[in-house]
Write a protein that binds this ligand. Structure first.
Ligand SMILES: NC(=O)c1ccc[n+]([C@@H]2O[C@H](COP(=O)([O-])OP(=O)(O)OC[C@H]3O[C@@H](n4cnc5c(N)ncnc54)[C@H](O)[C@@H]3O)[C@@H](O)[C@H]2O)c1
Ligand SMILES: C[N+](C)(C)CCCC=O
Length: 516
């Protein structure tokens, strides 16, 4: 009876609740458990400040978030500090064994985690499974790197020498966004733990459900209590974490304005930051592209996770010679995207994450129309025929034509299923326009000309570039942004450097040659 809809009248809600419970009783029971986790156990937060969390596909209340205040954050950090003492002294091989066990457990619980991600985030089950796989692969990858952390030996005159040690930082704070809740928790914790750190992770208050499962899995896999902790809450909890004197580093995924605040807070303690921020990435489609692949690439660049992807290539620049053909094809395929219950196998687009976010995205479409863009398809609220989904946050995926560089839809991150298509004539022109942004997370180019592809990529000011594909992020490959899209990288070997520090040791083999 607690599953109140955020808009529908109570009577309708009761029918929906009954239908929903019959089909997902296990999910419902799990979500009543506490969502904070420290020192190896689920914990309650501040009951007086609890807030409802909604299920995007139905608009019903899914659970309540009990935020952590100063006392709870301190307990979590203390637990992490205690685990760090033990974990950091273990060998890389020992840490790897536990991480691999955790990866196996994720594999065996793949469906359960993916379904909970769907219920909390609204994305399709097909995508949620891939997100869980990416989380698992990330843990496997860093388990493999854990034993490779090594320093350098430097020979010096007279037989003296120096060596470097790569050491962990201590307790790391992770703060996540709502678009990839489980995956973000794994992308941050896996390299941190592999390097010998412990972590306190704060998920977005919109999607608090799955990160705690990851923490629980690490404990069940044999990690010391307190190795990965989860504190729930919003800005205030995040602020407490950033300022905590025992937190050595902050790794953040979220918007540019929040990233700026995180950097400011971390600067007070001179703490290193990793910032994975927003984007307004360009996708360049040349006249010699394989059009079938270019269209598929544009859809992958815009409509994954209901368009709520940081790296999305939302400014699609198409050479004028192929623009009509491209638009015909891209619009036809966008119209064919199946929207609806994200738990159904056939669904390709689920619900946006919240009602306020849906309203914000729809307002961007309205503004685009006022500024002269043409809606070629979509951009409308969508009500699925299934009665239980009537209170959900759906919209039809949108393609905007006749876009110009100065329009709001081309300049600002919309973070929804809205593709802005622009026409170009020359390589030099499109490069100038593509780079004319304060952000630089990702960029893509479609062309059959291999020389053009590399020449263009060299000039694109973006951290993650794709040639003849888009939004492919294998965990072996670094991911992160240029300019205001961020600092540091996630994934790949280089991320070890962002979760460790170098100690130099000088060893004298002779006598001290004193000047005094
Ligand atoms: N580059 C990447 O890898 C990446 C990945 C996913 C999302 N994003 C970006 O995230 C944004 C959408 O996510 P969002 O709406 O959750 O972002 P957000 O910035 O509103 O919130 C992100 C996190 O920061 C916390 N937070 C907010 N204010 C804070 C403060 N003052 N101090 C400490 N913590 C604070 C939130 O509670 C949340 O956990 C988009 O801009 C998107 O591009 C980037
Ligand atoms: C796996 N994706 C789709 C590239 C997501 C990257 C994380 C950004 O939101």
């Amino acid at each position: 009876a607690e599953r109140l809809c955020d808009e529908a009248p109570p009577l309708l809600h009761r029918t929906q609740l009954y239908t929903r419970l019959k089909s997902s009783i296990i999910l419902f029971l799990m979500i009543t458990e506490p969502l904070n986790f420290w020192a190896g156990k689920r914990r309650e937060g501040q009951k007086d400040n609890k807030e409802p969390v909604y299920e995007p596909s139905t608009g019903l209340v899914l659970c309540h978030l009990e935020p952590c205040g100063a006392a709870e954050v301190d307990q979590a950090v203390r637990a992490a500090k205690s685990a760090f003492g033990h974990w950091s002294r273990m060998s890389g091989m020992e840490r790897a064994r536990i991480m691999i066990e955790a990866a196996h457990m994720i594999e065996s619980r793949r469906e359960e985690i993916a379904r909970l991600e769907v219920v909390n985030n609204g994305k399709s089950i097909t995508e949620a499974r891939l997100d869980v796989d990416s989380a698992r692969l990330c843990i496997e990858y860093y388990a493999g790197l854990s034993s490779t952390m090594a320093g350098q030996h430097v020979q010096l005159p007279g037989g003296s020498f120096a060596y470097t040690r790569r050491e962990p930082l201590g307790v790391c704070a992770g703060i996540g966004a709502w678009n990839y809740p489980f995956q973000i928790a794994a992308w941050k914790s896996a390299p941190a733990l592999a390097c010998g750190n412990s972590m306190v992770f704060k998920p977005s208050p919109v999607t608090p459900v799955t990160a705690v499962m990851l923490a629980e899995i690490f404990t069940q896999a044999g990690a010391p209590d307190g190795l990965l902790n989860v504190v729930q809450g919003g800005q205030e909890t995040g602020r407490l974490l950033c300022h905590h004197p025992d937190v050595a580093k902050v790794s953040f995924t979220g918007s540019v304005p929040t990233g700026q605040k995180i950097m400011e807070m971390a600067s007070k303690g001179v703490k290193p930051v990793t910032l994975e921020l927003g984007g307004k990435s360009p996708l360049l489609i040349f006249q010699d592209s394989d059009l079938e692949n270019a269209v598929k690439g544009a859809l992958m660049a815009n409509f994954l996770s209901q368009g709520q992807v940081c790296s999305n290539g939302t400014r699609v620049f198409v050479h004028k010679d192929i623009l009509p053909e491209f638009l015909r094809e891209v619009v036809a395929r966008t119209k064919a995207i199946e929207i609806g219950d994200p738990l159904l196998e056939s669904t390709r687009m689920g619900a946006l994450v919240s009602r306020p976010h849906l309203s914000k995205v729809l307002a961007f479409v309205e503004q685009a129309k006022r500024e002269g863009a043409t809606v070629l398809c979509g951009g409308e609220p969508y009500v699925p025929s299934d009665p239980k989904l009537r209170g959900g946050y759906y919209m039809t995926p949108c393609v905007l034509g006749d876009c110009r560089d100065e329009m709001t839809c081309v300049k600002e991150e919309i973070f929804g299923p809205v593709m802005s298509v622009l026409s170009f004539e020359t390589e030099e022109e499109v490069l100038r326009r593509a780079n004319d942004t304060t952000m630089g997370l990702a960029a893509g180019v479609f062309t059959r000309d291999v020389r053009r592809a590399h020449r263009v990529v060299e000039q694109l000011k973006a951290g993650s570039c794709f040639i003849n594909n888009y939004n492919v992020t294998p965990v072996e490959v670094p991911f992160g942004g240029f300019k205001m899209s961020g600092i540091g990288r996630e994934n790949g070997q280089v991320t070890i450097e962002y979760y460790s520090q170098l100690k130099t040791v000088f060893v004298e083999m002779g006598d001290v040659d004193s000047l005094f």
